[in-house]
Design a protein around this ligand. Structure first.
Ligand code: ADP
Ligand code: ZN
Ligand code: MG
Length: 483
């Protein structure tokens, strides 16, 4: 058996309105080459200006990853030629990354492990090449978009750990509001490095799998590599240090190029950008933006509410969902609110939200506000309305944007607690359903009796438009048949 070492380099697009060194709009999916200017097109003689919001967001991630922010941080030029990068160099950070020596604790699915973060650095993204038939097209809208690169130490050992790392990081940056985490659109992408060696021998010769755009591919690619490299060593061969690509159709990695050495980039300090020295006000604004992070929140919510680990995990996936849940629980005044709200939220409400064309992040505009949900759950828990009425009322809240209490009052949907009213409805049903009643009285088939009883209860419920409590109806029915 070999020991495996995995280190990740994750790129995230920061959600700044404009690019990192010019005022062009930073957006995905716009008409090609519409968000460009002389700066991001690399015209000679133009001057980059640092977008301070990109620096701030980068530092927020660095702090969330427990990194140290140095007193001075600056930019270098990383020289290489590629058609999607018009200046022939990328402005990046080399000697003074904005975040250094941090860590993240992986936790979940049987994994518990601290992964050290080597650094986080700010840089500009390149444009996009689209190869189509015999031509290659270039879209520079992405050139100059703020990119934060997060580099881990090679502390992971399995594809599953790297997958969890990506998922936790994604959740974290979305909570922080600094990246939309959309891996399909390339807002978060990863390069995965992996080597193997005999136990105790330290790092092996690494292979890099480039440009992975799903956490599952990260897992599959790495596990594939571990098996492939083990077979090479078993056969007495050596691993070639190279960059490979994941082929999602064949479920395997294939060579792309042998890795160029870092010193070929001829890094030197970017002369057109001043050294950045974060002042107290800047650092205070970074700290002010550090909301409760998802892992801490999941831990707190698990101790505060009696819910399963799976429910907590689902609720915490989106900050907006967790916020909505906690606001509703706080507004409801019944002891079993958390479980009832969680159940409704993770089933019916999520479907209704999707049907209204909304995402969990749009919950703030959802007509069924957390307070309105709290009203319904309180009434349900107090036995004033039935589960069925909850659903009917939610439909009307969504259609008419009215308060649930008003809707329930207007339709007289409060549960009937007056036994005389229930008995009246019951008597009417017993008269019209005489054959069933006789069979119920005389049949010795237990199963048959049960189903007739359920049928009769159902009749009474529909006669009262679902406003009678089924349990009460059942006991009144048994009572009525005894005499
Ligand atoms: P490079 O100079 O090739 O970019 P770095 O030292 O900067 O390499 O590391 C890049 C990434 O690769 C980091 O995430 C690091 O943890 C990981 N890494 C470095 N060496 C190894 C190795 N021998 N095995 C596995 N991962 C490694
Ligand atoms: Zn520009
Ligand atoms: Mg490197």
């Amino acid at each position: 058996m070999y020991q495996a070492f995995i280190g990740l380099e994750v790129h995230i697009h920061l959600s700044t309105q404009t690019k990192v060194f010019c005022g062009c709009r930073s957006a995905f999916g716009d008409e090609p080459n519409t968000n460009v200017c002389p700066v991001c097109m690399g015209y000679p003689g133009v001057l980059p200006v640092l977008n301070i919001e990109a620096m701030r967001m980068g530092c927020i991630v660095a702090r969330a990853l427990n990194c140290h922010i140095p007193e001075k941080t600056w930019f270098e030029r990383k020289q290489y030629f590629y058609p999607d990068m018009t200046k022939n160099y990328q402005i990046s950070q080399f000697a003074s990354p904005l975040g250094q020596n941090g860590y993240i604790d992986l936790e979940g699915r049987g994994i518990k492990k601290r992964v050290r973060i080597h650094e986080c650095h700010l840089e500009e993204d390149a444009g996009k090449m689209i190869h189509s038939g015999t031509v290659s097209l270039l879209d520079y809208n992405r050139a100059g978009v703020s990119l934060l690169e997060i580099v881990t130490e090679p502390d992971m050992e399995k594809g599953e750990e790297a997958e969890l790392f990506i998922q936790q990081l994604r959740r974290m940056v979305r909570y922080l509001g600094v990246c939309d985490g959309n891996m399909e659109e390339g807002s978060l992408r990863a390069d995965a490095n992996v080597s193997i060696n005999l136990p105790g021998k330290g790092l092996g010769r690494k292979v890099e799998i480039k440009n992975l755009n799903s956490s599952r591919f990260v897992k599959l690619g790495l596990n594939y590599e571990i098996v492939r490299q083990s077979a090479l060593l078993d056969a007495g061969k050596t691993v070639v240090q190279e960059t490979r690509l994941w082929n999602e159709n064949r479920d395997e990695t294939a060579p792309m190029r042998t890795k160029e050495n870092a010193h070929d980039y001829r890094y030197f300090p970017e002369p057109d950008l001043p050294i950045f020295e974060p002042d107290a006000a800047f650092l205070a604004s970074v700290d002010a933006s550090l909301s409760e992070l998802p892992a801490a929140r999941a831990r707190r919510m698990a101790s505060e509410y009696k819910l399963s680990e799976e429910q907590i995990d689902l609720l915490c996936e989106e900050k907006a969902l967790a916020d909505y849940f906690e606001e509703a629980v706080a507004a409801a005044s019944v002891p079993d609110a958390a479980l009832r709200i969680s159940n409704l939220l993770l089933s019916d409400i999520r479907h209704l939200l999707a049907r209204s064309g909304l995402e969990p992040s749009d919950l703030a505009q959802f007509r069924l506000s957390a307070r309105r949900l709290a009203t319904l759950v309180t009434m349900l828990s107090e036995g004033r309305i039935s589960q069925k009425i909850v659903k009917q009322t939610i439909d009307l809240v969504l259609a008419e944007d009215k308060d649930p209490a008003a809707i329930i009052a207007e339709h007289h949907w409060e549960q009937i607690t007056d036994l005389a009213l229930i008995d009246t409805a019951l008597q009417a049903v017993l008269e019209t359903e005489a054959t069933s009643v006789t069979e119920l009285r005389t049949s010795s088939n237990e199963k048959r009796r049960k189903s007739i009883s359920a049928y009769l209860v159902g009749k009474v419920l529909s006669a009262t438009s679902g406003r009678a409590d089924p349990k009460v109806v059942k006991s009144r029915l048994e009572e009525a048949l005894k005499c």
